[in-house]
Design a protein around this ligand. Structure first.
Ligand code: PMP
Length: 322
């Protein structure tokens, strides 16, 4: 009797077995022209270098792997998520490689470039009302819950699932520590689900014995900053919901402070990063770098401020190239 086994081809040095192996280890670059004279140096971690184009590839992989391991996501079962974009793209990518169909519930506000990417990855798109409040059955989270129930799908629960901040605690934070040789003094990150700031921030506070200061970057209109609440124009960050409904993944004990800057400063920072530093990033990166530049202006030159740039300008060319 013969047995046939399907064996994987031998691995080759320097070759990834799938795009999942290309997630993380993103580069960090120093600002040469924008950093304030006499102030701290400002470094930018370019999460747009991930294969799906954003920081969200990290939690997407972590969430799916965790759900597969616990049995919450059986082989071939659909992944259902409500998202402003990048988590959907990350899940669509991870779903494609791991054999799960992906359903994305989105609000009308998503950039056409991100919608196009989701379609290219073969995700199913469902539109819901992003302005509907937490108790409204028409809000994207409620719609995603309903679809998951109907189709036996798994909800990644990126707002509440600890596998999201865990990806940043285990990888993003340690990478920054290693890449700066432990010299980082300040971390600046925008807040959407809170996964990045809570995970990377907690790691960096712990590893530095409390020396690293963690600063949340908040856009105009978002309630995270404690100011006036209104429309949020920076995609992927901020909330208009009351604090009783903020994500569990936002560990409010991690950021030392949260600073709000105006949209005009955010978009001006995006434009200057491209024109003066040749660094292409999206609006939420302009937010983090804009806050980092303000923080750096008040510090000595031996301080090292690291801003997280969650994605690249290529996700927003229609919006930015006006
Ligand atoms: N910027 C962009 C473009 C995003 O998609 C997200 C994720 N929603 C964030 C920033 C915020 O990251 P987090 O969810 O980890 O707080």
């Amino acid at each position: 009797m013969t047995t046939s086994t399907v064996s994987a081809p031998p691995s080759l040095p320097g070759v990834a077995d799938s795009v999942l192996d290309l997630i993380g280890e993103t580069p960090v670059v120093r600002l040469r022209r924008l950093a304030p004279e006499g102030g701290a140096q400002v470094l930018v971690k370019l999460e747009g270098s991930n294969p799906g184009g954003s920081a969200k590839d990290r939690p997407a992989l972590s969430l799916v792997r965790h759900a597969e391991a616990t049995g919450a996501l059986p082989p071939g079962a659909p992944i259902v998520e409500s998202t402003s974009g990048n988590t959907g793209i990350g899940l669509a990518l991870v779903g494609r490689v791991t054999g799960h169909p992906v359903v994305i519930v989105h609000g009308g506000a998503m950039s056409p470039e991100k919608l196009a990417l989701l379609r290219l990855y073969g995700a199913e798109l469902v539109e819901a009302d992003w302005t509907a409040g937490p108790e409204d059955p028409g809000n994207p989270r409620a719609v995603a819950d309903r679809i998951a129930l109907e189709r036996g799908g798994w909800r990644s629960q990126q707002y509440d699932n600890p596998a999201n901040p865990d990806a940043h605690y285990r990888y993003t934070g340690p990478e920054i520590w290693r890449q700066t040789g432990g010299a980082i003094t300040h971390l600046v990150a925008g807040i959407g689900t809170g996964g990045t700031i809570s995970g990377a921030g907690r790691f960096l506070r712990e590893v530095s014995d409390g020396r690293v200061r963690v600063i949340g970057a908040n856009p105009e209109g978002s309630a995270y900053g404690g100011g006036a609440v209104g429309p949020v124009r920076v995609e992927g960050v901020g909330t208009t919901w009351p604090s009783s409904h903020w994500p569990k993944n936002l560990d409010r004990s991690v950021p030392h402070e949260i600073r709000t800057i105006e949209d005009a400063v955010v978009f001006d920072t995006v434009a200057r990063l491209a024109a003066e530093e040749a660094i292409l990033v999206g609006p939420s990166s302009g937010l983090a770098v804009g806050v980092a530049l303000q923080v750096a202006a008040d510090l000595d030159p031996d301080a090292v401020v690291v801003a997280i740039a969650p994605d690249s300008a290529t996700n927003y060319l229609g919006l930015l190239a006006r």
